[in-house]
Every structure is written in C-alpha cells, then in structure tokens.
Design a protein. Structure first.
Ligand SMILES: Nc1ncnc2c1ncn2[C@@H]1O[C@H](COP(=O)(O)OP(=O)(O)OP(=O)(O)O)[C@@H](O)[C@H]1O
Length: 531
C-alpha cells in the first residue's frame, strides 16, 4: 500500500470514529429525552388519576351524601371509641327494631321500616338498575347529531340461517340523556320511584311503557303518576295487599244505640291496594255509581258492603233503600232492607215512579229555600240499587225500556241535591246496554272480559294508566279499579266480602229484630218504615 492509500484509510477511519462519537452523543441525548418524557408521562398519568379520583370522591359525596356521612361517622366512632362499641351499638339497634317490628309491625313500618327500605332499595336496586330499564324501555332521549358507531362483520354467518351476522354497537354514553332518579319511597306494598324527565320526553311516554317497566322490575303492576310537569313517579307494586278477601264491617248489635254515626259521604266499601280503607259516597257529589264486571266478578259485594257499613243509618231511617232486581236472586235475599222493591219491568217502573213522586215532592218543599236538601228521617237519602241494569235498559220490550231510561235519566240528573242516589250494576258496559252510563259519574270496573271494555267504564287512557281490569284473575272476585271522581290515578280496590249470614243479620237489624215492619205494598209505594 502506497502513502496515498494509507492517508485515505486514516481519513476514512477518522471520519467513522467522529461519526460514531456523534451518534453516541445523539443516542445519549435521545435516551435522556425519552427518560424525561417517560417520567413526565408517569407523573402526568398519576396526576390525571388523582384528579379523576378527587372528582369521583366529590361526586360520591354529593350524590351519596347520606352513605358518605354514615361511613365518616362510623370511621370517627371507630377512631374515638373503638369498633367493638360500634358493633355492640349496632346490634342493640337491630335488636330493638326487631322487637318493635314484632310488637307493632304497622307503627314500625310507618316510622322506621319504610325509610330504611327506601334507602336500601335506592342503593341496591333502583340506583343500579333504573338506567338500564329506562334504556331498554325506550325512555331515554338520544341526540341524533351524535354519530352512532356501527360495526358490521361480514365474516361470521348465523349458524344454519344463511344470513350475515351484523353486530351493532352503539355509543351509549355520549348523546344519550337519561331521566334522573330523584328519590325512592317505599310503602307497605308500593315503591314510588321519582324521576326527572329530560327535554323531549312526556309523562305519556312513561304511561305507554308501564307494562314494560313492570316486566323489567318483575312485578305485576306498575303505574305512572305525574307529580310536576317534568317529574313523574314510577310506582311498582311489590306485593299485593288485596290478594286475600277483605272483610266487611260487622253489623251493629241490635241493642246498640241507634245513633247513626255513619259519614254518608264516605262509607266503608273495602280496601285499596295501599292497604287503606276504600270508601264510597252514598249521597252528594259523585254518588251515582256504575259498577261493571263480568259474571262472578263480585259486583254484589260493592253493593252489600257499604249497606252493611251504613246499617245504623238505614235502621234509623236516614237512608231509604230501594231495589230493582231483574235476576230476583241477589237483592231478594235481604228483601226486608228495601223500602221499595221490584223485579219485572212493570215493578221497576213502579219503583222508579215512586222515587220520582218523592223527587217532585221535595222540589215543591225545598225549591227556593235551600240549594241542597238537608238529610233527615223525614227526607232521607233515597238510594236506588239497580242490579243487572242492562236487563231492563236493553233486553226488554222497547216501551218499558224507554220509560225506564227516561225515569233513570231524571233521577240521576236532578236527584243529587235532592238526596237521591242511583247505583247500577252491569255485566256489559256498552252505551247500547246502559244508555244512562254517562249520567253515573263514579265508575268501578271489576273483572272485565276484554281490554276494550276498560275505557267504556273508566274512560279513555284508563288502561294505559294502569287500570288493567281485563287482567284481574277469576280467583280475585271483588277486585276492581276506580278512576275519576277524585281519584287521580287508577286505583285497585277490593270490595269487602259480605257472606250470606251477614246479609241476613243486616236484614234482621234494619227491620228491628226481624219483624216485618213494612208490607210489600208499602215497600212498592215507598211509604215510610215504622221501626
Ligand atoms: N269481595 C269479595 N271477596 C272475595 N270473594 C268474593 C267477593 N265478592 C264476591 N266474591 C266471590 O265471588 C262470587 C260471585 O260474586 P257476585 O255474585 O257478587 O258476582 P257478580 O259479579 O254479582 O256476578 P253476577 O253478575 O253473575 O251476579 C261470590 O259467590 C263469592 O264467592
């Protein structure tokens, strides 16, 4: 190798050495930068995590403030007094509650049980699941401007179905507004879950979804109540308080004092699904009543139970009961109770005629003196019980039925202020069968044969709002729904069951010990009873 070659080799070697030195420097600088970036990333992620954890804690403190306070109190107790004293105190509290519950379950539930249950149900059930149910029942509002991610897979084929499988995943958080859970209250049989609607929703949408919500919660009934324009209460029936028969009030003793002591505007008729007494007016506003139900649905207990509850008033002559009984089987069992009684169309016309005479008489006496007849033994409540009303307003000769409808219309339209009340019972609630249907404002739907009959009895929207009268089982005779006339939402009730011997006792009681104080003629002409 000559000198030129050596020089070239030295120059190349020197250049490579410099390059290597530069590369080593750059590498070290990059490694330092990467280390710095990694350290920054770790610190950044840690800080972000801390901020999120802090935000989560604040959110929990605000949304679950009771739980948080309880936990803080428990922690403070443990720190200052030790956990043993905390466990002992809790055990004593639980024991005290058990004793209270065993001694008086009603007052326990009223003062303590329902609050604890409401808190627990909110925490363990509704808080966790309500959003999912609302989502599944279509009760959330999706913002159409937020894109929906759709993943289409053409690879898989449905086994044996020969079509492409399409998997669709939606963005469930962004752009979805879910009604906010406000509170949970838990009563003896119902849970009331209050939610605030989001813009774009109406309470009617919740009405329509009531059945789906009941299925989601796995209960038989769900009802929606509108509390404010944007707040509804979704009520779930946890247990059925009307599953077993309700007893009617006892007939007073014959020796009992004959003061009536009965509020004729709210006479006991049975129990409501909330476990409260169900009361019906026998006089005044909303007392004209139509009870509709299939055969065997228990219509007659709606008739007998208030009569038993008002026994002392009937005996004292403050209520005079008239009966029209085309079937001749029901009212005739307590014949002595009725001041006027008829079975055939002709007899029904006589009863109605006598009532109209009395109506005219009261008009003459009271017109210009008072706006409402004061009820007394001289001018008692004239209560007409019209069983199987359809038999005489549809299934009879035209002349009789026209006359009956005409007289009934006069009684119902003019009778209220004069102390007259008409209560009719029918199996088929069509307008055709009961032309005076609209004149009987208080409606009770017992078990009906079809869904279409529900609005005929209770009005439009009753079924959607939870009056599922066509779904009452045959085994639940006496159960029905009321709506309207002071009842804001359909209310399930069960009439008090009146056994045969109670009807006999009632007859014995109101006829002063069984003495037949009124002859049949008197009964038809409506002349007064002398006890
Ligand atoms: N409130 C009630 N609680 C429990 N069972 C009842 C009640 N009312 C009625 N029942 C039961 O249902 C049966 C039928 O009752 P009820 O005669 O009142 O029916 P209905 O609707 O008047 O039938 P129909 O129109 O055929 O006379 C009764 O014999 C009784 O066994």
């Amino acid at each position: 190798m000559d000198a030129h070659g050596v020089m070239t080799l030295v120059a190349v070697g020197g250049g490579l050495a410099v390059l290597l030195w530069v590369l080593a420097k750059i590498g070290r600088a990059l490694a330092g930068l990467a280390e710095l970036l990694a350290a920054l990333a770790v610190v950044g992620i840690a800080l972000w995590g801390l901020v999120r954890a802090g935000a989560w804690i604040v959110r929990q403190l605000v949304t679950h403030w009771r739980t948080c306070l309880t936990l803080v109190a428990a922690w403070a107790w443990c720190r200052s007094l030790g956990w043993v004293s905390l466990v002992v105190t809790l055990a004593v509290l639980v024991l005290a509650q058990l004793v209270w519950w065993r001694l008086d379950a009603v007052s326990y539930d009223q003062w303590c049980g329902r609050w604890l249950r409401g808190w627990w149900l909110r925490w363990a059930l509704y808080g966790r699941k309500l959003t999912g149910w609302l989502n599944a029942c279509g009760l959330v509002v999706r913002d159409a401007s937020v894109p929906v991610d759709v993943t289409v897979s053409l690879i898989g084929r449905g086994r044996g179905r020969g079509r492409n499988t399409v998997s669709r995943s939606e963005n469930r958080t962004a752009g979805v507004a879910v009604p906010k859970l406000l509170s949970v209250r838990s009563g003896a049989s119902w849970d009331e879950v209050r939610v605030r609607l989001v813009a774009g929703q109406t309470p009617e949408e919740f009405d329509d979804a009531a059945r789906a919500l009941a299925v989601a919660r796995k209960v038989t009934r769900c009802q929606i109540r509108e509390l404010e324009p944007d707040v509804v209460s979704i009520d779930f029936m946890r247990r059925d308080l009307l599953a077993s028969p309700v007893t009617c009030l006892p007939v007073p003793d014959l020796v009992a004092v004959d003061g009536t002591g009965v509020d004729l505007r709210a006479v006991f008729a049975g129990a409501t699904e909330y476990g409260k007494p169900w009361r019906l007016p026998l006089v005044g506003t909303g007392s004209h009543t139509l009870v509709a139900g299939a055969t065997g649905s228990g219509k007659n207990s709606v008739m007998w139970c208030p009569l038993v509850a008002a026994a002392s008033a009937i005996r004292a002559g403050v209520i005079r009961v008239s009966g029209i009984d085309p079937k001749a089987m029901e009212l005739s069992y307590g014949l002595g109770i009725f001041a006027r009684y008829g079975q055939s169309g002709k007899e029904a016309l006589e009863v109605l005629g006598a009532l109209l005479d009395e109506l005219e008489n009261r008009k003459r006496v009271f017109a210009g003196n008072t706006r409402e007849v004061p009820i007394s033994t001289e001018y008692p409540v004239e209560l007409l019980e019209f069983d199987e009303i359809g038999a005489l307003t549809k299934y009879t000769d035209r002349k009789t039925r026209d006359l009956i409808v005409e007289k009934l219309a006069i009684l119902t339209t003019q009778g209220r202020a004069l102390g007259f009340t008409v209560r009719g019972y029918v199996q088929e609630p069509t307008k055709d069968t009961v032309p005076v249907r609209e004149l009987l404002p208080r409606r009770i739907a017992m078990r009906l044969t079809s869904k279409t009959q529900v609005p005929m009895v209770l009005g439009d929207g009753a079924y959607e709002r939870g009056a599922w009268a066509n779904r009452i089982p045959e085994s639940a005779a006496g159960v029905g729904y009321v709506w309207g006339e002071g009842v804001r939402e359909p209310l399930r009730v069960r009439a008090g069951w009146v056994p045969d011997q109670t009807i006999k006792q009632l007859e014995h009681y109101v006829t002063n010990g069984g003495a037949q104080v009124i002859s049949l003629t008197d009964r038809r002409t409506g002349e007064g009873r002398s006890a």
